[in-house]
Unconditional design. Structure first.
Lengths: 199, 327
C-alpha cells in the first residue's frame, strides 16, 4: 500500500501540466506543416522530419515559458535552423555528392536564416501559393498533366510514361518545358517579391 | 548577369545535380549575390507550390504519434533520474518519510472512500460529489472519496464505465486503473479496464483526455472520436479512429445517430445484433438519419422503430435482414 502511494505521488507530479499539454498539442498541429517545410528547405526530405521532432521536444521542455503562439513560433524557427545547420555541417562529401553542392547548401541555409523575415513571411503567404498554382494551370494540357503527376504526386518519370502510355523521353521533354515556362513566370514573381522587400 | 542552363536548374530543383553541374552552379552563384538570391527565391517558390504536401493529415497524425513517444521517453528518463537521486538519500530519511506519512495518514485522513459496484445484470449510475456522472457496466467497481480535494478529483476503476465529467479546469479529474491513468478536465468518455485480461481501452466522445500507461507505455492525448488501446502484455499503447459513441451505447441503450447514412446504420446494426443486412436495389443507401434509436433486445423491435423514421420496409430470415423501399 505504501509502495502504491509512492507511485501515485510521482505520477501526480508528471500530470500537473495537462492544460498546457492541450495547448502544446494544438500548437504542434498548427505549426507542424510550416516547420516541416522550413526544415526540408534546408536539409532536404530525409532528415527534415527528425530535425522538426527534436525542435518540438525542445519546445516541450520550455512549454511553460512559451505558451504564447508567436514566441513558440520564433523559438521553433531558431531551433530548427540551428539543428539544420548542424546536420549540413556533418554531412559527408561522397562520390556523387560534390563539395560544391555542400557549399551551395550552406549558402542556401543563410538565405533561410530566421532573421530573414521576408522568407518566413512568404512561407505563410497563401496568396503566393495560389499564384504559383495558377501559373501551373496555365501550362498546355498534356504538359500540365505530366508536370502535376511529377510535381504534386511525386511520380517517377517511368511511372508517368506507363500511365499515360508515352515514352520516358516525352515525359522528360514535358517536364523540361513546364519548368522553363514556370521559370519565366516565377522570375516575374521573384521580381515582384524583390520590389516588395524593398518597401 | 549570365543565364544559368535550364537543365542544371531542373536537376538542382530535383536534387539530382551531377558533380560537374554543381560545380558550374557554384561558380554561377559566386558571380553575384543577386544570382544566389534569385536562385534560392525561385527554389522556394517552386516548393511553396506544393505546400499542401506538408499539410497532409496522415503525415501530421504520424508525426504527432512520434512526438508523443519521444516526449514519453523523455519524461520516463526524468522520472528514473528523480528516483535514483532520491535513493541516494540515507535510509534514515526514507524511514522518517515513511513514518511521517503513515502518521499523517492516520491523524489527518478524514477522507472516506466509497466503493460502488454494479450487479451482474444491471448498469449502475453513480453521481459523484462534484456532479460528475458515472455509469458502471455489469460488475464494474468505482472507488471515490466522499469529498474531493480542492485541487484534484481522483477515482479508481475496475471494469467498464462511461463518464460524464463536470467541467472544472482547476480540479483535474483522474481515473486510475491497473494499467492506465486517464486525466481529463471536463468531458465524456468510455473507459474499459477489462476488455480482456490484458487490454484496456479509452474512447473519447467529447472534450480532451490524456491517457498515461502506468508502466512507461507512454502518454497519449485523445481528440474526440479516438480510442486508445493499451496492451498490458506487450506494454504498448496505440490510437485508432472509431465511432466512440458506439462504445458507450451500453450505458443508456441509446444509439445516437447524427447524419448517418442508411448504409452505415446497417453496419451499426450488424455490429450490435450479429446479423447480415442486404438492400434491395431501390433503396437509396446514402439517405441519412439523425436521431436516437433505442437498443432493444431484438433486431425486429429496433427495425420497427427505425421504420417510423426512415421509409424502409424489412424482412427477417434467421440471421439475414433484407431492407427494401416502403411502398
Amino acid at each position: 500500500m505504501q509502495n502504491q502511494y509512492h507511485i501515485n505521488t510521482i505520477e501526480t507530479i508528471n500530470l500537473v501540466m495537462s492544460n498546457l499539454d492541450i495547448i502544446f498539442k494544438e500548437t504542434f498541429r498548427a505549426l507542424y506543416p510550416s516547420m516541416l517545410f522550413y526544415s526540408t528547405r534546408i536539409v532536404g526530405d530525409k532528415e527534415a522530419e527528425d530535425v522538426v521532432q527534436e525542435a518540438f521536444v525542445e519546445l516541450w521542455k520550455r512549454k511553460e515559458e512559451l505558451s504564447d503562439g508567436e514566441h513558440a513560433k520564433a523559438f521553433l524557427f531558431r531551433a530548427i535552423y540551428t539543428r539544420s545547420l548542424n546536420v549540413l555541417k556533418h554531412r559527408d562529401v561522397t562520390q556523387n555528392y560534390a563539395e560544391s553542392m555542400k557549399q551551395i547548401e550552406m549558402e542556401r541555409a543563410t538565405f533561410y536564416q530566421p532573421e530573414n523575415n521576408e522568407t518566413i513571411k512568404r512561407m505563410e503567404n497563401k496568396e503566393l501559393r495560389e499564384q504559383i498554382r495558377n501559373a501551373i494551370d496555365e501550362l498546355p494540357d498534356k504538359c500540365r498533366q505530366v508536370f502535376i503527376m511529377s510535381y504534386l504526386h511525386d511520380m517517377k518519370n517511368k511511372e508517368i510514361a506507363d500511365v499515360l502510355d508515352i515514352s520516358v523521353k516525352t515525359v522528360e521533354v514535358h517536364i523540361y518545358k513546364a519548368l522553363k515556362f514556370l521559370r519565366g513566370r516565377l522570375d516575374y514573381l521573384v521580381f515582384v517579391l524583390i520590389i516588395f522587400s524593398i518597401h | 548577369m549570365n543565364e544559368i542552363d535550364d537543365k542544371i536548374l531542373e536537376d538542382y530543383l530535383h536534387g539530382q545535380c551531377t558533380p560537374e553541374e554543381s560545380d558550374t552552379l557554384r561558380m554561377w552563384l559566386d558571380e553575384s549575390e543577386e544570382n544566389a538570391s534569385q536562385l534560392f527565391k525561385m527554389e522556394e517558390l517552386y516548393h511553396l507550390g506544393r505546400f499542401e504536401k506538408y499539410q497532409d493529415s496522415k503525415r501530421l497524425d504520424r508525426a504527432e504519434r512520434e512526438l508523443t513517444q519521444r516526449i514519453a521517453a523523455l519524461e520516463s528518463k526524468h522520472r528514473r533520474f528523480r528516483m535514483s537521486a532520491w535513493m541516494r538519500y540515507a535510509a534514515v530519511a526514507v524511514i522518517v518519510l515513511c513514518l511521517g506519512s503513515i502518521l499523517g495518514y492516520l491523524q489527518f485522513n478524514k477522507v472516506d472512500n466509497i466503493v460502488a459496484t454494479a450487479s451482474a445484470n444491471a448498469v449502475k449510475l453513480v453521481t459523484l460529489p462534484d456532479g460528475t456522472k458515472v455509469w458502471l457496466n455489469h460488475l464494474a467497481t468505482l472507488t471515490y472519496p466522499t469529498q474531493f480535494d480542492n485541487d484534484r478529483r481522483d477515482v479508481e476503476l475496475e471494469g467498464e464505465a462511461y463518464f460524464e465529467v463536470t467541467k472544472n479546469a482547476r480540479r483535474p479529474f483522474t481515473v486510475k486503473s491497473e494499467g492506465m491513468s486517464v486525466r481529463v478536465l471536463g468531458t465524456r468518455f468510455n473507459f474499459n479496464t477489462a476488455v480482456n485480461a490484458y487490454t484496456e481501452e479509452v474512447s473519447l466522445i467529447e472534450g480532451s483526455v490524456q491517457a498515461i500507461g502506468r508502466q512507461d507505455e507512454g502518454m497519449i492525448i485523445l481528440t474526440p472520436g479516438q480510442k486508445t488501446v493499451l496492451d498490458k502484455r506487450q506494454h504498448r499503447m496505440s490510437v485508432e479512429q472509431v465511432n466512440a459513441n458506439l462504445d458507450a451505447v451500453w450505458h443508456d441503450n441509446l444509439i445516437p445517430l447524427k447524419n448517418v447514412s442508411i448504409k452505415d446504420i446497417a453496419k451499426i446494426l450488424e455490429y450490435f445484433y450479429h446479423v447480415h443486412i442486404s438492400f434491395a436495389s431501390n433503396v437509396d443507401t446514402s439517405m441519412t438519419y439523425t436521431g436516437v434509436i433505442k437498443r432493444n433486445t431484438t433486431i425486429d423491435s429496433v427495425l420497427i422503430d427505425l421504420t417510423y423514421a426512415v421509409p424502409i420496409h424489412f424482412r427477417i430470415n434467421g440471421k439475414n435482414v433484407y431492407l427494401s423501399n416502403k411502398k
